[in-house]
Design a protein around this ligand. Structure first.
Ligand code: SF4
Length: 422
């Protein structure tokens, strides 16, 4: 087995005839524009000072109310449909298994991550509570109302997990604690476990410990970028954003020490300019620490600083998705795999029949994230269509069927071998 490390900077620019991975040079974010002073820091919302009156639907021809956490949180459209507070249907999904909560403030997130619809540079264009995030609207709802609804019938709850997403805001640490306390005062965290999607930039080791002591089950760090260069380019100095790679790893180390094996992890976005080798080395590093990776396929978010860039080609995504599953759940290591001169996976390091069995099981291509109640390698957080349109699904929020698996095999350029015995 060979293992070729290819530096991103040496990769050729992607052209239409070579479009099977997103190269570093192609994935350059645009620079944020300056925001007029009178529109900074949520001033429009604070000046209008409209009192919130329960559920607020983003962009609903209503002046954005002055809502803040912990009294208010935003929830994903999928969670709002599942809770029954919004009408709608999701393609081939009856519900979501994860209740995703997002802290909310008129000032919004103070970071400027290039791929994110919530980023600060959008404050002139759209109030925080009206911004799209991972391709959908996030309605704002009183936290007490959410808890009343879930606590009303915990035994039959569709939710296998609740997750609090922090944003970069001076109140984020305290309000995450407040939201967690509100939840655990009414809902047994053994019945519906809680995950924290953290914001390391404002956190100290003691904050991580407090969240564990208050009943959080899993702690994740949204690393998102797979290399220090990409991190700086998309989340740090490159886009006038405050995040630092080193600080994120300090908090990941804290999470490993405090939450322990299998109870911490990192989010990674695939296709922002890293090589497959680089992102899989990161997956291996997390597994060697005792954690997991939760993976997203880059999809250009409307209004973000990367909205002009190509989504991750499906073949790149499928190779990384499959290899990540093998590393996270099947004990395969990157040094058993082979990579070509562009850092692409050329051999997954296991026999063809074994690989076929894993492809046909389909789980490798489902959405990755914190586990639910079905089994360890099936995520509660199914984020329906968060990283692709339903017409060309990247992460399957349900079990892929035979037709889906045929398409996945074509994307992997991999026909089934005849021998399926192990
Ligand atoms: S810190 Fe999180 S919410 Fe804020 S801009 Fe970055 S990715 Fe988006």
């Amino acid at each position: 087995m060979s293992c070729v490390k290819q530096k991103s900077a040496a990769l050729p620019r992607r052209t239409d005839s070579q479009a099977d991975f997103n190269a570093y040079e192609t994935m350059e974010p645009r620079m944020p524009e300056a925001t007029p002073g009178e529109l900074k820091n949520g001033k429009r919302v604070k000046t209008n000072d409209v009192a919130p009156r329960g559920l607020y639907r983003p962009n609903d021809n209503f002046i954005t109310p002055n809502m803040t956490s912990p009294e208010y949180v935003q929830i994903s459209t999928a969670a709002a449909i599942t809770l029954g507070i919004m009408n709608g249907k999701m393609y081939r999904c009856a519900c979501t298994r994860c209740l995703n909560l997002l802290l909310t403030y008129p000032e919004g997130c103070r970071a400027n991550c290039a791929y994110c619809g919530l980023a600060r540079h959008r404050e002139a264009e759209r109030d925080f509570a009206d911004r799209n995030f991972i391709r959908v609207d996030w309605p704002a709802v009183p936290m007490d109302e959410i808890i009343d609804t879930v606590a009303g019938d915990i035994d039959n709850s569709p939710f296998h997990r609740m997750c609090i997403s922090m944003i970069t805001h001076p109140r984020s640490d305290d309000d995450t604690v407040a939201v967690l306390k509100k939840w655990t005062s009414r809902i047994d965290p053994d019945a519906i476990p809680v995950s924290i999607l953290s914001n390391p930039t404002t956190m100290k080791r003691q904050d991580v410990r407090n969240l564990r002591d208050l009943g959080a089950d899993i702690f994740t760090v949204a690393l998102d970028a797979a290399t220090p260069e990409l991190f700086d380019r998309t989340r740090g100095k490159g886009v006038q954003s405050p995040h630092k790679w080193k600080k994120y790893w300090e908090v990941l180390d804290d999470a490993r020490d405090i939450f322990g094996p299998k109870k911490f992890g990192a989010h990674i976005i695939v296709g922002m300019g890293e090589t497959e080798y680089e992102v899989l080395q990161l997956v291996q590093r997390l597994v060697d620490m005792g954690g997991h990776s939760h993976m997203f396929c880059f999809f250009p978010e409307q209004g973000s600083l990367m909205d002009h860039l190509p989504a991750t080609p499906r073949d790149q995504w499928r190779r990384v998705q499959l290899a990540r599953y093998l590393i996270d759940y099947r004990g395969v290591r990157t040094d058993q795999m082979s990579f070509d001169e562009h850092g692409r996976v050329s051999d997954f390091g296991i026999s063809a029949p074994e690989l076929d069995r894993i492809i046909d099981a389909g789980i490798a291509f489902r959405t990755s994230g914190c586990p639910g109640k079905f089994q360890d390698d099936i995520s509660a957080c199914d984020r329906p269509y968060g990283d692709s349109p339903p017409s060309n699904i990247a992460s399957f929020p349900f079990q892929p069927n035979k037709k889906d698996l045929g398409k996945i095999r074509r994307q992997l350029n991999r026909q089934q071998t005849n021998d399926t015995s192990l």
